[in-house]
Ligand binder design. Structure first.
Ligand code: ATP
Ligand code: MG
Length: 291
């Protein structure tokens, strides 16, 4: 079993993404992962999610960020597969609508924050507002009042995001964040696959090629953002994403460990409710005998 702690970003540390591998761990055995380790994690997630749902007090927010074609969608699909759909809610954040742009950037995010008992998955998130917005300098042409666009706007936003995630935690919503770290060459191969394979054509977007041109700027924005917003309670994990099966396994492992540590419990029945259940059992058992 892999120790996932080494993928965690230390709060405040200076990082270089080139020091984080995009390749899978050589020692990991695909057969073992797919036949044993991954199913075991999914089973664990399913049991723990049922308890989280029954407990109905806390929630888990899972954030996915990545460059295009890094495998967010497939990862969400595979890891969440064994989980009761009633308890999981996936939100994909796209380019904001004009209504969303009429509000502060956390407005649309908080509407999708998970309810108590739920696992909320964010496919992209409020982090776009310190990534794509920064790379393309989107705030200059936005509705933000000019006097709030100080040079330290990104540091201000990191602080706001940390405050927001702290607020969520203080209200029972715990957060785990994944950056799926793909190499530029692996992205090229996957984008080409979207072009060559007719069944994948729908996934291809010419804008992916435009974004790719800004690769280095994105890496810089991630390098700045990750340590500034990785906290003990809401950590970032930088996961190697060149092998899909390995990334999915790591995500399942981190989530299983997170839920184990949260240790949700079925609610205890009050004496009154227990007495009511006994009464109902008596009525139903008697009913059966009369038929
Ligand atoms: P894939 O990895 O398969 O390409 P995707 O998550 O990129 O999936 P798309 O529908 O291709 O999904 O793209 C969503 C786009 O919305 C991304 O380019 C992202 O940068 C953009 N986006 C999301 N949030 C914001 C935001 N707050 N401001 C500007 N653009 C945003
Ligand atoms: Mg895309």
């Amino acid at each position: 079993m892999i120790d996932t702690a080494r993928y965690k970003v230390k709060p405040g540390a200076k990082i270089r993404l080139q020091d984080y591998s995009t390749k899978r761990d050589e020692a990991a055995d695909r057969r073992e992962v797919e036949d044993c380790l991954m199913p075991a994690n999914i089973q664990k997630l399913s049991v723990l999610q049922e308890r989280l749902y029954a407990e109905n007090t806390r929630a888990l927010l899972v954030v996915f960020q990545a460059m295009d074609a890094a495998g967010k969608d497939g990862c969400i699909k595979h890891v969440m597969t064994g989980i009761n759909p009633q308890g999981v809610f996936v939100s994909s954040f796209k380019v904001p609508s004009s209504e969303e742009n009429d509000h502060d950037y956390l407005w649309r995010i908080h509407q999708k924050a998970p309810r108590r008992g739920e696992i909320g998955v964010f496919n992209r998130s409020h982090y776009e507002d310190v990534l794509v917005s920064r790379v393309h300098d989107l705030l200059q042409s936005s509705q933000m009042p000019k006097d709030r666009l100080r040079p330290d706007i990104w540091t201000t936003r990191y602080r706001q995001i940390c405050d927001y995630e702290k607020y969520l935690w203080e209200n029972g919503v715990e957060t785990v964040k994944f950056f799926l770290h793909i190499s530029k060459d692996e992205q090229r191969k996957r984008l080409l696959k979207r072009i060559y394979d007719p069944d994948k054509n729908w996934k291809f977007s010419a804008s992916d090629i435009q974004e790719r041109k800004h690769w280095d700027k994105y890496m810089q924005a991630y390098e700045d953002m990750l340590p500034a917003t990785s906290t003990a309670r809401s950590p970032w994990y930088v996961l190697p994403a060149d092998s899909k099966w390995f990334t999915r396994y790591l995500v399942s492992q981190v989530l299983a460990q997170k839920l184990e540590q949260m240790n949700p419990q079925f609610p205890e029945l009050s004496g009154e409710k227990r007495a009511k259940i006994d009464e109902c059992r008596f009525i139903l058992e008697k009913d059966g005998l009369e038929i």
